[in-house]
Ligand binder design. Structure first.
Ligand code: WT7
Length: 652
């Protein structure tokens, strides 16, 4: 079979390898940015069309955009294969032998896959999926540790036109089941385990529990051996990656799919208990992630680019896999925790691999600050030239520390605002062109018509707080919520008329036009840069036999941004105790995942409610922030509840 490989690489079409982004084309000044931005807003189709044209299309599109608010179609009539754009087109020139992925496992194993090797593995695994019944548009759940095979599985789905739905390895078996049921997936790709702080996360066991409880659509589980931990294989359902891969050829033609062919579904928390399946499609998503990676990370062939996100989150999809690989970049991937075995692990990695670009989250930066500069000082970080931040507003202190201690005062920081729904970065400085400033994501990317509106839909004046919106569609925008168009319309497009996307964040613009993001306006928390719906945590709590009612709010936290506080009333016959407190925390972690484990549980006789029965979250938030309750409380059912909660303080 292997004699076919070489011939396949030069089959029928000759790919246009993307030239290294030419230095001349880089935007070099604020004035140049403003000019290009104004042109891109005046004619978005021209800007995005030019960006998309840098990708490989098997059939060119007829129309850049078809916009029937709130439904957009980009590059209509065009056909492409996303995996071909991330792999095959880098194989015709020198990049074929360039590292695509440099990987380090938490225990310390090292692997490097060149573009050619990655291409081969993706083709083989695409054939494994096919042999196991995966067809175009079938949904495949990927529940993996952060190993190259996670990216290989994603790209293999893309190659076949199958739709992946990655479930973060820190999520529970219930989460796997819910997601698999919601998208009616047929296959799960998982591993025997993954490493986190020296412990093995029992991924396969979690899949088994999920499938024992439901998700009947799953017909096949493909298991990668990662840790060697014992697993139970169910005959007829479960197969090993290493067995299957031996049975297939390494030839997998990259068929062209419609630009609007679904690429993946990624679940994210919203304001109800049920996570939303955010649907992204092919041509537009790839154009958005390709273009933003190119301009914002300013990728060069000499770079070693490290995005610390897991593929379980949108950052891992867009800026660990699709954006950098479509640019032919070298991506560093590290499986484990930043403090394992020592608190200098990140800096050790940067020194060892001469990492040039680091993209991480404010919560990590704040943890590093707390751990102390001595861990950083042990290492030479002079290879770094660019730093990125994502996930939540970065506090100016963390920004300054990142700039000084990590960036040696020489690296620009790109503070990138975007969302699972937006697919790609929307607001960010452009390094070397636009100014950076601690605490603001600064200015919108080309073609992104971001604005801040007041309640009436009027644009806010300088420094006036309002709601962050996007007034024009963009290629990498979500297309819908899987199986729930009504929720898609209601969540993002109902607030303002005329096809204006509501991001759900509060923000203001300063006199220079910089965007300052304040945070979510809905009942969604931002815990360590990850979205968590208060309703989800409440749902998990009330599923415990002792809990009558629960209200969950965030309180400011030094490291995590927001900590999870749960106010719980117990059913009669149950009493608050230290043991129950612990049990409830564990229960939530089991139902959702460790990320949702409440930091504090506060037992209360009753919850403060309005006369119509709505829990007064604002009051609860103020109580946990330690503030004195102010504002209008006249609609409160029972004032004594507030008084007693304020006195009780943190019972944790
Ligand atoms: C929410 C989206 C996008 C990848 C990670 C999170 C907050 C994200 C920033 C930033 C201020 C930010 C917003 C947004 N957020 N980046 N640079 N500055 N806030 O993706 O889970 O979809 O969450 O994260 O509140 O709405 P997500």
């Amino acid at each position: 079979m292997s004699k076919n490989i070489e011939s396949h690489l030069v089959e029928e079409r000759t790919f246009q390898p993307p030239a290294e982004f030419s230095k001349e084309a880089r935007v070099k000044s604020l004035a140049a940015y403003r000019k290009k931005y104004a042109a891109s807003i005046a004619d978005p189709a021209a800007f995005w069309g030019a960006e998309a044209a840098e990708l490989s299309w098997q059939k060119p599109w007829d129309t850049v955009l078809e916009w029937k608010p709130p439904f957009a179609k980009w590059f209509v009539g065009g056909k492409l294969n996303v995996s071909e754009n991330c792999l095959d087109r880098h194989l015709t020139g020198a990049r074929r032998n360039k590292a695509a992925i440099i990987w380090e496992g938490e225990p310390g194993e090292k692997r490097t896959l060149t573009y050619q090797q990655l291409h081969r593995e993706v083709c083989r695994f695409a054939n494994v999926l096919k042999a196991n019944g995966v067809k175009t548009k079938d949904r495949v759940i990927i529940y993996m540790p952060l190993v190259p095979e996670a990216a290989i599985a994603m790209l293999a789905c893309a190659r076949l036109g199958a739709v992946h739905s990655v479930v973060f390895g820190g999520f529970s078996s219930e989460s796997i089941r819910d997601r698999a049921e919601d998208c009616e997936a047929t296959v799960v790709v998982t591993a025997d385990g993954g490493y986190r702080r020296g412990k093995v996360v029992p991924l396969k066991e979690n899949v088994d529990a999920a499938l024992a409880a439901g998700a009947d659509s799953i017909k096949r589980v493909i298991v990668l051996k990662r840790t060697g931990s014992p697993v139970t294989m169910q005959p007829g359902r479960d197969v090993y990656w290493h067995d299957e891969i031996e049975k297939v050829s390494a030839v997998s033609p990259a068929k062209g799919f419609d630009s609007e062919h679904p690429l993946f579904i990624l679940y994210t928390s919203g304001s109800t208990g049920k996570p939303k399946g955010i649907l992204h499609t092919s041509g537009g998503y790839l154009t958005g992630t390709y273009s933003t990676s190119k301009y914002i990370f300013d990728l060069r062939d000499s770079d070693v680019y490290w995005c610390t996100a897991d593929v379980g989150w949108i950052t891992g999809h867009s800026y660990l896999v699709y954006g950098p690989l479509s640019n032919g970049a070298t991506v560093l991937m590290y499986e484990g925790a930043p403090d394992w075995p020592e608190k200098d692990r990140f800096w050790k990695i940067i020194e060892e691999y001469h990492v040039t670009i680091l993209y991480t989250a404010p919560t990590a930066i704040r943890a590093f600050i707390k751990w102390g500069d001595q861990h950083v000082k042990k290492h030479d970080l002079s290879s770094l030239r660019l730093l990125g931040s994502v996930g939540e507003p970065i506090n100016p202190e963390a920004w300054m520390w990142y700039h000084k201690v990590i960036g040696g005062e020489r690296c620009p920081i790109v503070d990138t605002w975007w969302q699972t729904e937006t697919g790609a970065i929307m607001i960010s400085p452009l390094p070397g062109a636009t100014p950076t400033k601690p605490g603001t994501a600064t200015l919108p990317f080309f073609g992104i018509d971001a604005a801040i509106l007041d309640e009436t839909g009027k644009e806010c004046g300088p420094n006036e707080g309002g709601k962050l919106v996007i007034r024009q569609p963009w290629p990498s925008m979500l297309r819908s919520i899987w199986g729930d168009k009504a929720r898609y319309k209601d969540t993002y497009w109902k607030e303002y008329a005329g096809g204006i996307y509501l991001a759900g964040d509060g923000a203001r613009r300063d006199k220079e036009g910089n965007f300052w993001i304040v945070g979510r306006l809905d009942d969604v928390l931002n815990v360590s840069g990850h979205r968590l719906g208060t309703a989800e945590v409440e749902g998990a709590l009330v599923s415990h036999e002792t809990v009558a009612e629960a209200a969950v709010v965030g309180r400011p936290d030094e490291i995590k941004g927001q900590a999870v506080v749960a106010f719980v009333t117990l059913k009669s016959g149950y009493a608050a105790s230290e043991a129950l407190n612990k049990e409830l925390k564990g229960h939530v972690a089991k139902i959702i995942g460790a990320i949702a484990r409440p930091d504090d549980i506060r037992f209360t006789a009753a919850l403060p409610k309005t006369r119509s029965g709505k829990i007064m979250r604002r009051l609860l938030k103020e109580i946990c922030a330690g503030g004195v309750v102010k504002g209008d409380t006249t609609t409160l059912e029972d004032f004594s509840v507030v008084a007693s909660l304020q006195q009780s303080g943190n019972e944790d």
